[in-house]
Design a protein around this ligand. Structure first.
Ligand code: F6R
Length: 241
């Protein structure tokens, strides 16, 4: 696991975006694994800026997102699909047929997990982008998730629902369930970049890098992968020795 520390969130996002842009320019049909949440917003902003300046095309790129809520009801605009459209996909030239995100509206979420798992297994992700939950989750692989887990339906942790309630009108609106790629899917990616920003991530980052490798902090499993990079701002790195 390699670690890079940046002065601030902006520098962190520019550096992660440069990695993605570099890959897509070299490999036009790259397969990207993407994350949502607050942390990568600045990365997507940089990708859009670069695209609009005419530098990089996503015409042949394929994307797989990590996760999606189940049970959003009429709150469609809070879906991760909607987040991705607003922050990235609507602003670049990606082929809509090459965008994959679990469908949280499938009436049978278990079948949706099976279908998503089949799709992922037909590809190998070149670069997987990750954030980290304050409880150490990656994707929605909450503490307790098995190392060999594949795409599955998950009951969201109390901490995750409370952290994510900032995106909703109230805690009650935050879905109880989500579909997520498993740890095994994430670890199959050729390269992984996990990014974290802010003091709220200090404990999780410390635990991921310096704690034991076990499912009490799912992000610690990334230490079993040979090409994982952790990109942090100074605040997120604050507890590292
Ligand atoms: C999102 C995801 C989550 C987030 C994590 C951090 O697709 O998989 O693991 O990366 O919850 O979220 P933020 O960036 O909002 O702190």
């Amino acid at each position: 696991m390699e670690i890079k520390i940046f002065d601030n969130y902006n520098d962190l996002c520019v550096a992660v975006a440069d990695e993605i842009i570099g890959l897509v320019r070299k490999k036009h049909d790259a397969i990207l694994g993407l994350a949502t949440g607050s942390t990568p917003v600045g990365v997507y902003r940089e990708l859009v800026k670069d695209f609009q300046a005419g530098f990089t095309s996503y015409k042949n790129v394929t994307t797989f997102n990590l996760d999606e809520y189940v049970g959003l009801g009429s709150n469609w605009e809070k879906s991760y699909r909607s987040y991705m459209d607003n922050n990235l996909f609507n602003h670049i030239d990606i082929n809509p047929d090459c965008i994959f995100i679990p469908n949280g509206y499938n009436a049978n979420p278990d079948l949706e997990c099976e279908a998503y798992e089949k799709k992922i297994n037909r590809h190998q992700i070149d670069l997987q982008l990750l954030g980290i939950g304050s409880n150490g989750h990656i994707g929605f692989n909450e503490p307790g998730t098995a190392f060999d887990s594949v795409t599955h339906l998950v009951r969201l942790d109390k901490k995750t629902r409370s952290d994510n309630s900032r995106f909703f009108n109230s805690l009650d609106e935050v879905p109880l369930l989500a579909i997520t790629m498993g740890i095994k899917n994430i670890l199959k990616s050729k390269k992984i970049i996990l990014m974290a920003s802010g003091t709220g991530k200090q404990n999780a980052v410390f635990r991921m890098i310096q704690g034991p490798v076990d499912n009490s902090c799912p992000a610690s499993f990334l230490r079993e992968h040979s090409d994982t990079w952790v990109y942090l701002d100074k605040d997120a790195a604050g507890k590292l020795e």
